[in-house]
Design a binder for this molecule. Structure first.
Ligand code: FES
Length: 108
């Protein structure tokens, strides 16, 4: 058994060049909301879910982005209801939220 069942990494990067970056799209608020929701649901313990900050994940054009491992599912989210759906369906129950999955061809 792995120490945590799943990790979700949120890009919080701000690109100095002024190019599109997750920080410009309220990534910090998404991260904060996810962390609170995971705690609220009692998922934050060992064997559960770890919510982590990340720097640029190299998929800036789809920002704000987050990735769930070990499933390697990438999401682009807009607001707290999107985060709630990712937490409730994927992080808690292992169901991918297809409508929020980042298309494979989205990069920088
Ligand atoms: S700034 Fe978020 S993926 Fe690059």
């Amino acid at each position: 058994m792995s120490y945590f069942e799943r990790h979700i990494f949120f890009c919080l990067n701000e690109r100095e060049s002024g190019k599109n970056s997750c920080a410009q799209h309220d990534a910090q608020a998404g991260f904060d909301h996810c962390k609170s929701r995971v705690r609220e649901l009692g998922l934050a313990d060992v064997g559960g879910v770890r919510v982590n900050k990340a720097g640029c994940l190299h998929r800036c054009a789809g920002g704000p982005v987050a990735v769930v491992y070990p499933d390697a599912i990438w999401y682009s989210y807009v607001d707290n209801s999107d985060i709630d759906e990712i937490v409730d369906k994927h992080l808690k129950n292992g169901q991918v939220v297809e409508r929020l999955v980042l298309p494979d061809d989205v990069g920088l």
